[in-house]
Design a protein around this ligand. Structure first.
Ligand SMILES: Cc1ncc(COP(=O)(O)O)c(C=O)c1O
Length: 380
């Protein structure tokens, strides 16, 4: 059997149709969009067509899309760019403890520059409570950053409500939508966000490209100095093959989104139900309903997550754990810890994130292999 990839929240394979779209920009149409000659004009046209496509997918204006090197850079630009631009209005930022490291570590850096950050705990499903957000607001709060869906457990946050209360108080709202763009329909006309992060490689596009949506009228300062590309917000020649690929990936997934959600969602639900039947004491991490359709995070008490991962890998199955092994020490996931899981449960966590090419046969094989591995580990 060919290897089974169940780690799509980490990255997804490049869609061959996307690769086809990218190739000419490596070869024939290699121009720099900033050049004035015909090569440049061809590249500029492609860049603006890609911007129009991404804007269309978000129901945004083209001028509100800034192309960047990925979700990490978009989160850095949103937080640093907004905070540093508005520091005379206040120095307090609210986020949650389950944000991606590209948010959490950016906030840590801002703290060294004089900002204060309140990191909210979540409920046991990993959900941020809008009332807690409201309670954390101070007169000096300038920015709230809450992710749409968590990458480890898939839990969806009530970002509409959080954005609405931010707007009421005149506070900017940033949302990291890396795990929902392409999975849910996002519409910035109805979602009260000022800044929104998206990335290409989670939607079968290339790695190293993403975008930040910046609502018209919201001012942020650039974090790279150089040329005037991307409306002066991101200096440097644009990665045109990547950007063209991003736009094509977004266009394709926009068309296929609902069918995918149905098919993969059903497969994930069946997978979950079968594992619950077969593995005693299995715990589901994440919200039972308010969760992206492709994600299943479980804890199997008595079985260390890294042992499960390695044993599955030997059977050709790629998953991820809820913990990172660093210099021989297993560090519990900050997400599962913030959700209140004991170290026993967070240390035995596994994340399955399904994608477009996964089949029922693959899932049946994974259930059989995982059940056998658990029996073996538990009998030791
Ligand atoms: C929620 C979330 N935010 C941000 C990122 C970073 O995106 P990128 O890999 O494009 O830098 C990821 C990627 O894992 C993510 O899952």
């Amino acid at each position: 059997m060919k290897p089974i990839y169940l780690d799509h929240n980490a990255t997804a394979p490049l869609d061959p149709r996307v690769l086809e779209t990218m190739l000419p920009y490596f070869t024939r149409d290699f121009g720099n969009p900033s050049s004035l000659h015909s090569f440049g004009r061809t590249a500029r046209q492609a860049l603006e067509a890609a911007r129009a496509e991404i804007a269309r997918q978000l129901n945004a204006r083209e001028s509100e899309i800034v192309f960047l090197s990925g979700g990490t850079e978009a989160n850095n630009l949103a937080l640093r760019g907004y905070a540093l631009q508005h520091r005379e209005r206040g120095h307090h930022i609210i986020a949650s403890r389950v944000e991606h490291p590209s948010v959490l570590n950016t906030l840590k850096a801002l703290e060294k520059e004089g900002f204060e950050c309140t990191l909210l705990a979540t409920d046991r499903y990993g959900r941020v409570d809008p009332q807690q957000v409201a309670a954390a607001i101070r007169p000096e709060t300038i920015l709230i950053s809450i992710m749409h869906a968590n990458n480890e457990v898939g839990t969806l946050n009530p970002v509409g409500q959080i954005g609405a209360l931010a707007r009421e108080r005149g506070i900017a709202f940033h949302c990291d939508a890396v795990q929902t763009f392409g999975k849910l329909s996002l519409n910035v006309q109805t979602l009260p966000v000022d800044l929104l992060t998206i990335s290409a490689h989670k939607i079968y596009g290339p790695k190293g490209v993403g975008a930040l949506y910046v609502r018209r009228g919201v001012s942020i300062s650039p974090q790279l100095y150089g040329g005037s590309q991307e409306q002066h917000l991101r200096a440097g020649s644009e990665n045109l093959p990547g950007i063209a690929g991003f736009a094509e990936a977004a266009r394709l997934i926009g068309r296929e989104r609902d069918a995918l959600a149905q098919r993969i969602g059903r497969l994930r639900d069946e997978f979950q139900a079968t594992l619950q039947q077969r593995i005693p004491d299995l715990v589901i991490n994440g919200h039972p309903e308010q969760r992206i359709y492709n994600t299943l995070n479980i804890s199997i008490p008595g079985c260390p997550g890294d042992m499960l991962l390695l044993n599955l890998d030997m059977k050709g199955i790629a998953v991820s754990t809820g913990s990172a092994c660093n210099a021989g020490k297993v560090k519990s996931s900050h997400v599962l810890t913030a959700m209140g899981l004991s170290s026993r449960l967070s240390g035995s966590a596994l994340r399955f994130s399904l994608g477009r090419d996964n089949t029922r046969e693959e899932i049946d094989y994974v259930v059989t292999e995982l059940t056998a591995i658990v029996q073996r580990l538990r009998s030791k």
